[in-house]
Design a protein around this ligand. Structure first.
Ligand code: BG6
Length: 282
């Protein structure tokens, strides 16, 4: 693969990543998981939160940035299959870097030959495209190369930073139904965080906005009908890997997804793109 003036390959502990140092942004994208963990537009704070005390290890998912959950979300009915699918710990292939004056496009792929057949006995191609400018636009493209129809769930499990979860809220879900801890409820007003929060919204057409003490972050989802809003709060934080007990105060996840009844059906040779554009509102 041909790199470009602002993109180089680097490594840390066991993992390789693409490091972007452009006039308009800095970013870090691991090949494991096809996972972006940092995106700093010029003059603005990082748009992404990432646990920074861990030594990242091959095969262990990185907590932070945008883990790619695919081709299922949450637990699998087969108990020994990994939570949130295998894409977030798979080794992706760097395919393309295209740099212009005000944007860098990076393409990674996960062809089925890099996926254990026991986990996914179908022929697919998965690509992730990052369009880095003064905003971050990510697209996850699934192509069905099999001779039979496929169905899958997916999420761009985005971790956002905040200096105080107590002074953070998410708007865009007022009047929407969600499932949380097995119960169906209705969101009234903005989402504030005062306890463990794990809300799965489906049949959506929303553009969430996150308000933090550092500013507002706008999300513009593409072909996404679900969203998950998550903060583990005090007790669950103690049980999470790669997460300090106090970290729940400085992060929240707003996930761009297609899960539950919104899972995607793909006929042979069809492709589906899930995306989201993230930006600081000045
Ligand atoms: C969220 C789920 O998407 O991911 C939560 O809704 C889960 O229930 C969280 O705890 C983190 O999952 P993991 O596998 O990264 O610890």
């Amino acid at each position: 693969m041909q790199l470009s003036p602002s993109v180089r390959i680097n490594s840390e502990a066991e993992l390789e990543f693409l490091e972007v140092n452009a006039p308009f942004c800095q970013a870090k994208i691991y090949l494991q998981g096809g996972q972006i963990v940092s995106f700093i537009p010029k003059g603005k704070p990082d748009l992404l939160w990432c646990f920074n005390e861990a030594v990242f290890l091959a095969g262990k998912s990185i907590r932070g940035g945008i883990p790619i959950c695919w081709p299922w979300f949450g637990a699998h009915e087969q108990a020994d299959f990994p939570q949130h699918g295998f894409a977030r710990t798979a080794q992706w292939r760097a395919e393309e870097v295209n740099e212009s004056k005000d944007q860098i496009e990076i393409v990674l792929s996960l062809p089925s030959k890099l996926i254990p057949e026991a986990l996914w006995p179908y022929k697919t191609n998965l690509e992730v495209k990052f369009f880095l400018s003064d905003s971050l636009h990510i697209e996850l493209i699934t192509t069905n190369l099999d001779s039979q129809p496929l169905e899958f769930s997916q999420a761009l499990h985005t971790y956002f930073p905040t200096s105080s979860i107590h002074h953070t809220h998410v708007s865009g879900f007022d009047g929407c139904e969600y499932v949380e801890f097995g119960e169906i409820k209705m969101q009234t007003g903005d989402i504030h965080f005062t306890e463990e929060t794990d809300r799965v919204f489906d049949h959506l057409n929303q553009k969430p906005v996150i308000t933090t003490p550092e500013g507002q972050i706008a999300l513009a989802p593409i072909n996404s009908c679900s969203a998950v809003v998550w903060n583990p709060w005090i007790e669950k934080s103690k049980r999470l890997s790669h997460f300090a007990n106090e970290d729940y105060q400085n992060m929240l996840c707003v996930e761009t997804a297609n899960v539950r009844e919104d899972k995607v059906y793909l006929e042979p040779l069809q492709a589906h793109t899930l995306g989201v554009k993230l930006s600081w509102l000045s």
